[in-house]
Design a protein around this ligand. Structure first.
Ligand SMILES: NC(=O)c1ccc[n+]([C@@H]2O[C@H](COP(=O)([O-])OP(=O)(O)OC[C@H]3O[C@@H](n4cnc5c(N)ncnc54)[C@H](O)[C@@H]3O)[C@@H](O)[C@H]2O)c1
Length: 363
């Protein structure tokens, strides 16, 4: 049996995030509630190849017709082109508004499939089955769906809540170390902004040499999912507190951009970004020990040598970010561990110095 995390959304819909191992029997039972005897499954190509035997029986006992759309691996799948292919596929199968769409994969599959579910026939019932650590602790929660545009990432999309999330650690058996590390940054973030004790739990997991074991991660996956759920519930449509989830991310977006969205993974960039945010917090009077984060640095094997822009240039890029309103940089900083606040920057020197200090750490 799984542990359930209930989620309340602004639209009065309620759903559960099921967390645990071997959850396919539970998924099998869950889908029996749908009157439709056909379903769309949008699944990451790697997951389809390696886990089809695991998830398919759970779905095919109730759904007599399973229409499987293979989502190409990688960020490029969050494109208009693949979105169109998926919409064509779904409509050509003759779906009705009651036909569920089950998204099985990482954040890319979840974001793309969620957007397809949100838009086809003005909304198909959506079930998320996240299969990466990042998707389990972050992207499958909160209802953000979407694809990328040439102007920037995630610029076309909608808020669309699923009927359920099944975060089944069994899928994680095939996850590469790189992808574990990618998800780790978001877990560290929850520790930094709300539950500092999580950092000790992660350190213990590392000491016990169980870093890539799903079972050892379950308590942290649950705590992370609960933390994101709590923060989102306080601000479903992202007008205030939800911004706390962007801790480290304002810096990270610039780092990802500097690396052409290829050189540095999102998780690496967020890790470096959180270190810069700690530097800026301390410059404004907090006294956070940087070692809280720096002790995890060896996991990342990250060098920022290739970033040649100066701290002043990086700060300027931050200010011009598409998501920045009125050219005003807003940073999520910490008063102390676990207590974030929004800081409107009027002293760019502070930001430049935080870039410099962080770059020194990774050179
Ligand atoms: N919607 C949100 O709120 C939200 C939040 C954070 C991130 N995101 C988005 O999520 C995406 C990143 O998600 P991601 O890191 O999961 O990337 P991803 O979906 O590209 O998955 C990463 C890699 O892991 C592979 N993979 C998936 N499951 C696997 C498994 N069980 N075993 C082995 N390999 C597996 C995939 O094939 C892929 O190569 C980005 O597009 C980002 O914008 C969305």
């Amino acid at each position: 049996m799984s542990e359930l995390i209930p989620v309340q959304t602004s639209t009065q819909d309620k759903y559960n995030i099921h967390t645990g191992l071997q959850l396919m029997p539970e998924l099998e039972k869950f889908v029996e509630q749908f009157p439709s005897r056909s379903a769309i499954v949008m699944v990451d190509a790697f997951v389809l190849e390696h886990h089809r035997h695991y998830f398919e029986p759970a779905l095919s006992s109730h759904f007599k017709r399973l229409h499987v759309f293979e989502v190409p691996r990688g960020e490029k799948a969050k494109s208009f082109e693949v979105y169109k292919q998926a919409v064509d596929f779904v409509l050509e199968k003759g779906v009705e508004r009651s036909t569920p769409l089950i998204a099985i994969g990482g954040g890319v599959t979840g974001d793309l499939s969620g957007f397809v579910a949100a838009t086809v026939l003005r909304g198909l019932p959506l079930i998320h089955v996240p299969t990466t650590l990042l998707a389990m602790v972050d992207s499958s929660i909160g209802g953000k769906t979407g694809i990328n545009h040439q102007v920037g990432k995630n610029l076309v999309g909608s808020f669309y809540q699923p009927r359920a999330v099944f975060a089944d650690g069994t899928f994680l058996s095939t996850l590469s170390r790189k992808e574990w590390v990618n998800g780790l940054s978001e877990v560290l973030k929850y520790g930094m902004i709300r539950h500092p004790e999580m950092l000790d739990d992660i350190a213990l997991l590392l000491e016990s040499n169980r870093f890539t074991e799903a079972e050892a991660w379950l308590p942290l996956i649950r705590k992370s999912a609960q933390t994101k759920t709590d923060i989102v519930a306080e601000d479903v449509l992202e007008s205030g507190k939800r911004a706390f989830l962007n801790f480290g991310h304002t810096y990270a977006h610039v780092i990802e951009r500097e690396g052409g969205y290829q050189r540095y993974s999102h998780g690496e960039a967020v890790f470096a970004g959180m270190i810069a945010a700690v530097e800026a917090s301390n410059a404004l009077g907090a006294s956070i020990n940087p070692t809280n984060l720096l002790k995890f640095k060896p996991l990342y094997e990250l060098s920022l040598d290739e970033i040649t822009s100066s701290p002043a240039e990086l700060t300027e890029i931050m200010r011009k970010d598409k998501k920045v309103k009125d050219n005003q940089i807003r940073l999520i900083l910490l008063e102390k561990m676990g207590t974030p606040y929004i800081h409107e920057v009027n002293d760019t020197e502070l930001v430049e110095q935080s870039w410099q200090n962080m770059l020194n750490v990774f050179r």
